[in-house]
Ligand binder design. Sequence first.
Ligand code: FAD
Length: 416
Amino acid sequence: MRYSIFSLAANALSGHRRWTPAWRDAAPQADYDVIIVGGGGHGLATAHYLAKTYGVRRVAVLEKSWIGGGNAGRNTTIIRSNYGLQGNIPFYEQSMKLWEGLEQDLNYNAMVSQRGVLNLAHSDSQRDAYARRGNAMRLNGVDAELLDAAGVRAMAPFLNFDDARFPIIGGLLQKRGGTARHDAVVWGFARAADRRGVDIVQNCEVTGFIRQGGRIVGVETTRGAIRAGKVGLAVAGASSRVAALAGLRLPIESHVLQAFVSEAIKPLIPGVITFGAGHFYISQSDKGGLVFGGDIDGYQSYAQRGNLPTVEDVCEGGMALMPMIGRIRLLRSWGGIMDMTQDGSPIIDASPIDGLYLNAGWCYGGFKATPASGLAFAHLLATGEPHPTAAAYRLDRFATGHLIDEKGQGAQPNLH
Ligand SMILES: Cc1cc2nc3c(=O)[nH]c(=O)nc-3n(C[C@H](O)[C@H](O)[C@H](O)COP(=O)(O)OP(=O)(O)OC[C@H]3O[C@@H](n4cnc5c(N)ncnc54)[C@H](O)[C@@H]3O)c2cc1C
């Protein structure tokens, strides 16, 4: 069923009893051309572009629980392409362009809202760094504006300008950045892939790999063995665990990242705002809740829940930036597992084992990458070659020293 104003009207007139399921509940077949492990945004986007752009339709997405139950449904929904390094800029800008046409492509309302992303500067050196990043963006055709304090005040007068410990002296604004409804992105990709014949198999955990002469030719799952020409991993926080089933040790540490939502208030925050003197970012959902987050919990974990010291740290960041937030009540918080790489940039590459491909290392920035990651991984799986925008995301860069250290933090995953 195609969604349109006409289908909406027809279903409204028939009491909304004729809507069909958005995707089939597929049972696993004996073999596929491509198996994608992980039904998050990246796995489903890969399946969509494999079927749509590369004509590969004998594809299964195997998800151990329900699609979108991982980070895809747990993130703070920020999308942006305000990167500064050459390895990243074209990739994230391609993602932004795909976001801009995504709802038409998927025939699904993903609530893509380009309400702007503003990074605040609190010192001269930080402003210089933002000027450098903004110039790199503009040289690559990405929109960027450097604001002074008055420009920031005009956009967000509620921030603490007058007696702040870290005065706001300006900021870098990307107006095309913003937010998208994370669950809807998952459902939209799932529906679009399903319409092209992709099998989405939920409650199907991959527990091992089938090998033949050194090559991976399928997977063992909780629903039986399934063979495939190629197997792609898109399991985000579980990357090191699942790769270990194939005998691979990845340069990835898993850490928890928490997110927070407040009670709903009237519209206050115009877009996404990030605090530059601590780690705190905030936006407001269409329902009115303030959605915010900060640093990862500093220890390694596979638990989808965080700890109180980080809750306190994040809330302190919010208080420093906009003290009136202290009067709002926190409604919910939760955690997701981040696949942190040594340089904070992802991996989209063939693994050293024939037949096995990797899409991993998204750290806490993979939601915005969902469309481009899906396209680049589909390209790699279909052609065997890296997509031109993702050519720097090689696994061997950690051995050769070609790191893409966007944050300049060095090889320390918990700082990226
Ligand atoms: C709190 C939080 C806030 C974030 N905020 C942002 C943000 O604002 N902007 C941004 O760009 N990014 C953000 N991120 C990061 C982003 O959500 C992730 O990088 C991205 O979602 C990862 O890709 P994915 O959607 O494919 O992952 P997931 O949704 O985690 O998908 C991986 C799937 O693999 C499945 N799986 C694991 N093991 C197996 C197995 N053995 N067999 C089968 N299936 C398996 C899991 O169940 C899961 O569904 C945030 C993350 C969190 C947790």
